[in-house]
Design a protein around this ligand. Structure first.
Ligand code: PRX
Length: 638
């Protein structure tokens, strides 16, 4: 048995002993009395009785050995600024922020919704929440009012922390008016709003509700706010993600299990050592930002980079597709974590940008979030001359399910495959309709995980245990098993290949979007009767959203101008409500949509037609002319 195979087996067969050992990677105030309680499946509780704190592990515990070492590096190629905080400085800022949260009434268990650009204060707020036991809920800054409003209603935050604006490609994106509109739309109203004024756009400050970060911070410059010792199963945060319904799910995470899982992944998967520099190009609004911008690297005692800007702009605000490599050189980055789309963007530019900088500090490039195609992996691997490691996971799991654990034993990567099952994950491929386990090489099945999920994975859906059970654990017949909603196959060496989602989730440039949410928004346009949104393969973004809509008034799309006008209106509506990332690439008009005789939309058939594939068995289809209309439209525009 190889060393990793043994490590992996032990994580499942001798679960408690394995995870007891890993618990030693973090600091506990009280050691856990029990490692795993799975007496009430599928709810797993890790490290019962143990008390700890994420902020302590990310910040305070490094004060002894490395107070002056860099902890946080904030780079913005939008405002052309760079700022660095040592662990000591970060500790001070987090305490100030914690004192501000306290002054605004935030207590243990209260929710704090964070709607912010990639600025230092966003990390301070996350860590400050963790420090005092408040539950943060970061909402991606690219979302617009309706998305923010539904998350406010679900999280019911006492406080919202935001900023005047973000910036993208040199264009100011105002957050405050979007937030005000979101609060107007939501039923739940926060007691207070805390705003960072970056001086990018004028803010309409609402008396009695809005507070300015700068002024409040001044009152707490010398704040000393100790870490609250939390029981391991106390909630650290919720993060919303899309699924099959239009309602986003609040993925809820614990404290102790998450801290251990991140510490272990930094050691075994990412090979991160204290004093090194980690750069993840993601955003704090996504799970990668939580695990591998903020908590993971800091827990490992590394410096972490928060980057605001496009991957193609330089520190002077001018075009520079070499910015990442410039940052590698400047900050001696050792691990870089990004998404395949970003690499595909860089691939379009002259590789000479890559050669301009000294990137000898870089040890590994990690890519995740969407399928990594072989040509992209090969290109970047040749260009950088360092290993490129794909890793597959989900918002729900918080850390990789499939990859290579080079920190346990070096193993080769296979381009096109994210890798093998990680320790703690009992990964199976199951037949979708019978639930039978597929053991054969190349047999296609649903990627599923046998419970209990390892530490760090979601505890439940926020305030909705029933939804957690029903959504994730009851989809495979005859078995209580966690479904990832991804199709996969496995080769003879145990390497998995991911073949796409089994549900209506699409993946645009590494961002996970629910097509239902987009459909609901489009349907709210007064002239749209019905709509289907599908994900269609795209060479750059992996997938793009395509909408096929039935207008109420057919005459309103009788010529090209009218069609473009309505398409523009629909796109604008999506952008205003959900945000630009949800905007479909095209909205095309048809007189009816392909459905089964029982009225179910045949999204998969539409998707197949758009991708020039065989739509498969259409015997249940009601009116074949519906799909023909779409085929004609797509073919005419191919
Ligand atoms: O479909 C899989 C795809 O992204 C989904 C999870 O997205 P999200 O919750 O945003 O979490 C991203 C964490 C990195 C998965 O269900 N996905 C993620 N990573 C990969 C992937 N598909 C193929 N290869 C990957 N490496």
């Amino acid at each position: 048995m190889t060393k990793y195979a043994d490590f992996y087996r032990r994580s499942l067969d001798d679960r408690d002993a394995f995870w007891r050992e890993q618990a030693g990677l973090i600091d506990w105030n009280t050691p856990p009395r029990q490692i795993c309680d799975y007496s009430n499946p599928p709810f797993a509780r890790w490290y019962l009785g143990g008390t700890t704190n994420l902020c302590h592990n990310a910040v305070d515990r490094h004060l002894k050995d490395r107070p002056n070492q860099t902890a946080l590096i904030c780079v913005s190629t939008e405002t052309c600024t760079e700022k660095t905080y040592s662990f000591r400085e970060l500790h001070a800022e987090v305490q100030r922020t914690a004192a501000m949260l306290r002054e605004l009434g935030v207590r243990k268990g209260d929710r704090v919704l964070i709607y912010m650009p990639m600025i230092a204060q966003a990390a301070f707020t996350m860590l400050a929440c963790a420090r005092i036991g408040a539950i943060h809920s970061v909402v991606f800054g690219g979302f617009a009012s309706a998305s923010v409003a539904s998350r406010i209603d679900d999280a019911a935050p006492k406080l919202i922390v935001s900023a005047d604006a973000g910036s993208r490609g040199g264009k100011v994106v105002e957050y405050k008016p979007l937030l005000d509109e979101a609060i107007r739309l939501s039923k739940h109203k926060p007691d207070a709003v805390l705003l960072v004024d970056r001086g990018l756009s004028a803010m309409n400050v609402i008396a009695d509700r809005d507070h300015l970060w700068g002024a409040l911070r001044q009152k707490h410059l010398d704040a000393v706010v100790p870490c609250e010792w939390l029981e391991s199963n106390d909630i650290s945060y919720t993060i919303y993600t899309s699924g099959t319904t239009g309602n986003p799910k609040g993925v809820q995470r614990d404290t102790g299990g998450y801290a251990v899982a991140l510490a272990a992944s930094m050691k075994y998967i990412f090979g991160g050592k204290a004093g090194e520099t980690y750069f993840s190009t993601s955003d704090i609004g996504w799970v990668v930002g939580h695990s591998y911008i903020v908590y993971g690297p800091l827990i490992a005692g590394m410096a972490t980079i928060m980057y605001e800007g496009l991957p193609t702009r330089g520190l002077d605000g001018e075009s520079n597709p070499g910015i990442w490599w410039q940052l590698v050189e400047k900050y001696k980055i050792t691990q870089l974590f990004s998404a395949p789309t970003a690499v595909r963007v860089l691939k379009k530019h002259d590789p000479v940008y890559l050669k301009k900088y000294d990137i000898s500090s870089l040890k590994t490039l990690y890519l995740a979030g969407e399928p990594l195609d072989e040509p992209t992996a090969q290109w970047i691997s040749d260009a950088l001359g360092v290993p490129v490691i794909d890793n597959y996971w989900q918002t729900e799991t918080g850390w990789p399910i499939l990859t290579i654990a080079n920190g346990v034993e070096k193993a080769p990567s296979k381009f096109g495959s994210p890798g093998i099952a990680m320790y703690g994950y009992d990964v199976k491929l199951l037949n979708e309709s019978t639930g039978e386990e597929l053991r054969g090489v190349g047999e296609k099945g649903v990627v599923a995980i046998e419970g209990p999920l390892p530490p760090g994975c979601m505890q439940t859906v926020w305030r909705d245990d029933a939804r957690f059970v029903k959504t994730y654990w009851e989809t495979v017949p005859g078995k209580m098993v966690y479904s990832t909603f991804d199709w996969g196959i496995r080769d003879k060496d145990g390497y998995f290949f991911i073949l796409g989602r089994t549900d209506d989730v699409i993946n645009v440039a590494g961002h996970r979007l629910g097509t239902r949410e987009i459909e609901e928004t489009i349907s709210s346009h007064p002239n749209i009767a019905e709509v289907a949104v599908v994900g269609v393969a795209d060479p750059l973004k992996g997938q793009v959203a395509m909408a096929f809509a039935v207008p109420r008034d057919a005459a309103s799309v009788s010529d090209d101008r009218a069609r473009l006008q309505l398409e523009g209106e629909v796109m604008k509506l999506v952008e205003q409500r959900l945000g630009a990332i949800a905007r479909p690439a095209r909205v095309r008009f048809v007189t009816l949509l392909p459905k089964t005789r029982s009225g179910k939309l045949l999204r998969r058939a539409i998707q197949a037609v758009c991708e020039d594939r065989n739509p498969g068995d259409l015997s249940s289809m009601d009116d074949p002319s519906a799909l023909r209309q779409i085929t004609d439209l797509v073919t005419a525009n191919r």
